[in-house]
Design a protein around this ligand. Structure first.
Ligand SMILES: Nc1ncnc2c1ncn2[C@@H]1O[C@H](COP(=O)(O)OP(=O)(O)OP(=O)(O)O)[C@@H](O)[C@H]1O
Ligand SMILES: [Mg+2]
Length: 244
């Protein structure tokens, strides 16, 4: 479904991705892991068009989308829930959801989609007319995910959805991701919570300072890499010399 080949991305003089190649098949949940600054968000930004890669290609459903605008890429069916949620705090829950549906607005379908969101996220029904800014962190995260889903993405990308949430809310978010995956949503998940993400994932990529360090299944990862290394950034004892 999504194929990234030899992607390089930089911020001025800082190169954040060095020739990254990665693939997501339809129906898969792929986890993208790595320590702070590894290039995870940069990867998602390059896919959704917020950042123009310096070289390499992004192909989605057989069409090259490298360098297209974020709007064009959203219309093709890729939706990003960015790090830090970025909901509109002064707009109501209702207005936030309405904005998420902008690219495919159809009144009948919109109502049906809302009902579906209320089923997935009951809190959004209770808070429908309240400003997004009055929601708790976990509720805002649910709103951000619901907003992304309103555009009927073929590929949903989540950037650290559990960041800053209490353990209970983290559980809720992971339950929700599992539910979305069961419904057949293809997901590219960036997480600091490596163990939880690996547990859910079909396949895993690990980035280290812009380089791909591991690509494989959770089983392979467990065998070949100490999970603590992924979480804490490695111990320098050679655990990272993984070739697949
Ligand atoms: N807007 C920016 N301007 C300059 N450098 C940036 C910018 N955004 C990211 N970087 C740099 O690019 C590299 C990759 O950053 P990125 O945000 O992709 O990491 P990340 O894996 O998402 O990390 P985190 O887990 O902290 O979110 C880092 O060295 C970072 O400092
Ligand atoms: Mg990030």
């Amino acid at each position: 479904m999504l194929t990234i080949k030899d992607l390089n991305a930089s911020y001025g003089a800082i190169t954040a991705l060095h020739g990254l190649s990665l693939e997501v098949e339809e129906g898969e949940l792929v986890a993208l892991l790595g320590t702070n600054g590894a290039g995870k968000s940069t990867t998602l930004k390059s896919i959704c068009g917020v950042l123009k890669p310096t070289s390499g290609t992004v192909t989605f459903l057989g069409e090259e989308i490298t360098g297209k605008t974020p709007e064009a890429i959203l219309r093709k069916g890729i939706s990003l829930v960015p790090e830090g949620r970025e909901i509109f705090t002064s707009l109501t829950v209702s207005e936030n959801l309405r904005l998420g549906a902008f690219s495919s607005y159809n009144k009948k379908r919109y109502q049906a989609d809302l009902e579906e969101m209320f089923e997935l996220f009951p809190i959004l029904k209770d808070r429908f007319n309240q400003p997004g800014g009055l929601l708790s962190g976990g509720e805002q995260q649910q709103l951000a995910i619901a907003r992304a889903l309103m555009s009927h993405p073929k590929l949903l990308m989540l950037d650290e959805p559990s960041l800053g949430l209490s353990p209970t809310l983290v559980n809720q978010i992971f339950d929700l991701i599992a539910k979305l995956r069961e419904r057949g949503t293809t997901i590219l998940l960036v997480e600091q919570n490596a163990e939880r993400a690996v547990h859910l994932a079909d396949r895993v990529y690990v980035l280290n300072t812009g380089n791909l360090e591991f690509a494989g299944t959770p089983d392979q990862l467990e065998k070949e890499l100490d999970i603590a290394d992924v979480y804490f950034g490695g111990d320098g004892e050679g655990h990272h010399e993984v070739t697949l």
